[in-house]
Design a protein around this ligand. Structure first.
Ligand code: PTJ
Length: 254
């Protein structure tokens, strides 16, 4: 990994980039995953590279939703395996969710590398690895249609971080509640998910773990209230307004 001096004004962003590049070198990340990171970085820049108030609100709703779920599943792709393998496992333990590897750019070698990384980071059971257990999610043509009979197929709540767009609607049509992390509030996934956390997954995942821990002590009724009071469209609008305000401020300085 390239040495990034801590004093560099963009050190945090550069370190995230290095994680992706190193994940690519280890065979975890698709080439296209590097492009996805670039798009994310651009939106992160516009959002001010910090967790917005709206994102904190979405994180709280996501934690409540996950604690209420009967069969939650976290979908793992190459970018997530490279960016936050430890955290995703910690989250799965906290909310008792299953982990399922599901790739857009399907590739058996890459899948095996992802499984190895997850196991190295403490994952016990990983779904999406046994073709005898696979089935098809209707309404989707990409490789993401192949899902595990005991995982995403029967899940009630699915976390799909850094998604490519065509699966969220298929999952919604199958009656599932979808939670995503997506820095682009305008993406199709952001617009069709039930809860969109518009934040860098590397920042937001730790906050989601902490919030799930905090809300685990709350009664069912207060979790329900958090969920029903959350409006994803309104939350996305708040994020777009945040971008607009940041740009207006920058335009005044320039
Ligand atoms: O490993 P695979 O084969 O399953 O492929 C994974 C990628 C991410 C390549 C695939 O799902 C893809 O092509 O995704 P997209 O269509 O590029 O969408 C990814 C979305 O995630 C975009 O809206 C990005 O802005 C957003 N994004 C990128 N990096 C981050 C992010 N959101 C949160 N945190 C990030 N670090």
């Amino acid at each position: 990994m390239t040495l990034i001096p801590k004093s560099h004004p963009r050190a945090k962003s550069l370190l995230i980039r290095e994680k992706l590049v190193s994940g690519f070198d280890k065979g975890l990340v698709a080439k296209e995953g590097l492009l996805a990171q670039g798009r994310g970085e651009a939106f992160d820049y516009l959002l001010g590279e910090k967790t917005t108030k709206a994102a904190k609100h979405a994180i709280k709703a996501a934690a409540a939703q996950l604690l209420q779920a009967q069969r939650p599943v976290i979908s793992i792709n190459g970018n997530i395996a490279a960016l936050c393998p430890k955290e995703v496992i910690k989250l799965s333990k906290q909310i008792k969710a299953k982990l399922e590897v599901n790739l857009f750019y399907s590739n058996e070698k890459r899948k095996q590398a992802i499984i190895k990384t997850l196991k190295k980071n403490g994952a016990k059971e990983i779904l999406g690895t046994n073709s005898a257990n696979s089935t098809r999610l209707p309404g989707i043509d990409s490789a993401r249609r192949v899902v595990d009979k005991n995982g995403i197929f029967v899940a009630d709540v699915v976390v799909v971080p850094l998604e490519d767009g065509d699966r969220t609607m298929a999952l919604r049509n199958a009656g599932k509640t979808v939670i995503t992390f997506d820095l682009n509030p305008l993406s199709r996934t952001s617009q069709t998910a039930n809860i969109t956390i518009v934040d860098n997954v590397t920042r937001a995942i730790e906050l989601l773990i902490a919030e799930s821990k905090r809300l685990a002590k709350k009664k069912e009724k207060s979790l329900e209230k958090i969920i029903t009071n959350f409006d994803n469209k309104k939350n996305l609008t708040e994020n777009v307004i945040q971008i607009k305000n940041n740009l207006t401020r920058r335009a005044r300085i320039a």
